[in-house]
Structure formats: structure tokens, C-alpha cells
Design a protein around this ligand. Structure first.
Ligand SMILES: C[S@@+](CC[C@H](N)C(=O)[O-])C[C@H]1O[C@@H](n2cnc3c(N)ncnc32)[C@H](O)[C@@H]1O
Length: 207
């Protein structure tokens, strides 16, 4: 396989931000499109596509058949299922922010030699930002991508000390500085409405 793959906008924006590396970990890979794309354009020399379920790995193996790239490893595993030094860059896309936070706290990817994280959580960004700060990661960029009717948030982080976040910083991170202003307004409105719904539900439950 050679040349760029056709990717949905959220994955295209993610892949554009992946630094060139020898080893890429594509965690929660499902179809392994991120791995395949990075190998096809030479962004990564090797890619380890990890999924907790065998089904997606089996489907990817069957889909690729003989065109499976040499540098691709399909691995069944939970989270950062890596040997130390195997990957300098790790991507997690398409699971929730709270689940990503739990993986960061449990697996400690810095100790495995991961130097760049790129994350595309479905939700719970504040929980994820707290976990990054607690486990020694500094967010270097945040972006928003519109795909169909939905907005997707992306975060890039490198090892570094982040101070404990105030609640408002955890809610919106660097988006006001980094994101496209039109998408940022849309995101802010959606997020504030969501927070109001949560507060209402808590009030009704007497908490
Ligand atoms: C919605 S797909 C995301 C696919 C792709 N990364 C994307 O963003 O389009 C979520 C995948 O995450 C996998 N998954 C969920 N929890 C996981 C974990 N702890 N470790 C590895 N994979 C996981 C699921 O099996 C599923 O294939």
C-alpha cells in the first residue's frame, strides 16, 4: 500500500499532527486506518495497532490480505499494550475521555518511552485533561474538527509538568487560543448547555 488513504475529517486532522517516528502505537485501532495512513505516507516506520477486541483485528487482517504492510503489527491488548521503547508516539481515538484517563493513570506511557500523545476523546475532556496533568503530560495543542453534524476535540501532549488545573481550565483547556474561532464558539455553547443539564439533574436529585 502506498500514497495517502482517504480518511474521515477527524482522523485526517489527527494524522496531520502525528510527528515522524520510528514506532507508532494506534490504541483502540478498530479499522487501523491511522496506522495504515501513517505507514503509507512514511510518517511512521512501524505501527502497532492495538485493540482490546479480536474482531476488528481479524476484520482488518482479512480486508488487507496480501497488501498488509510490512511495518504493521496487529495486536490484541488493553490500552498501552507495549514493550518499553516500541513506540515513541501513541494515538488514542474513538473512546471516551474518562476511559483514556484511566488508561493513562494505569499504564503510565511515559515509562514505556512514549514521547508524544495524540488523543481524540468522544467525551469527558475535563477528566482527560486532569489525568494528563496528574501523570506528567503537558498539553501542547488542542483542535476542533467538524465531521457531519458533530464536533470532535483533539489534544496533543508531550512529557512535562502541568500545574493542577482549575475547573474552568479543565473544561476548556487551550481551545480558546488554539481552535478555529467559529468551531470554538459552537463547542463552548454546546459544552455550557451540557454543563447546565448536568447541574439541573444534580439539583433535581438533591445533590
Ligand atoms: C469507535 S472504535 C475507534 C476506532 C478508531 N480509533 C477511530 O477513532 O475511528 C473504538 C475501538 O476501541 C476499542 N477499545 C475499547 N477499549 C479499549 C482498550 N481498553 N484498549 C484497546 N482497545 C479498546 C474497541 O474494541 C473499538 O474497536
Amino acid at each position: 500500500m502506498s500514497g495517502p488513504l482517504r480518511l474521515p475529517p477527524r482522523l485526517r486532522a489527527l494524522c496531520e499532527r502525528i510527528p515522524a517516528c520510528e514506532g507508532l502505537a494506534d490504541i483502540a485501532c478498530d479499522h487501523a486506518l491511522v496506522s495504515l495512513s501513517c505507514l503509507a505516507i512514511g510518517r511512521a516506520q512501524r505501527a502497532i495497532a492495538i485493540d482490546i477486541a479480536e474482531g476488528p483485528l481479524h476484520a482488518t487482517r482479512a480486508r488487507l490480505g496480501e497488501s498488509m504492510p510490512l511495518g504493521l503489527t496487529l495486536r490484541q491488548g488493553d490500552g498501552f499494550a507495549l514493550q518499553a521503547g516500541e513506540a515513541q508516539v501513541a494515538v488514542i481515538s474513538g473512546i471516551g475521555g474518562a476511559q483514556m484517563a484511566a488508561l493513562l493513570r494505569r499504564d503510565r506511557p511515559r515509562a514505556l518511552g512514549v514521547e508524544h500523545l495524540l488523543l481524540l476523546p468522544h467525551n469527558h475532556a475535563a477528566e482527560l485533561r486532569h489525568a494528563l496533568a496528574e501523570t506528567g503530560w503537558q498539553v501542547t495543542a488542542e483542535w476542533l474538527v467538524a465531521e457531519r453534524s458533530r464536533l470532535y476535540l483533539g489534544l496533543a501532549a508531550v512529557p512535562g509538568q502541568m500545574r493542577k488545573l482549575e475547573a474552568s481550565e479543565a473544561d476548556f483547556g487551550r481551545l480558546a487560543e488554539d481552535a478555529d474561532p467559529v468551531l470554538w464558539q459552537r463547542w463552548q455553547a454546546t459544552e455550557l448547555a451540557r454543563q447546565a443539564r448536568v447541574a439541573d439533574a444534580r439539583r433535581s436529585a438533591g445533590r
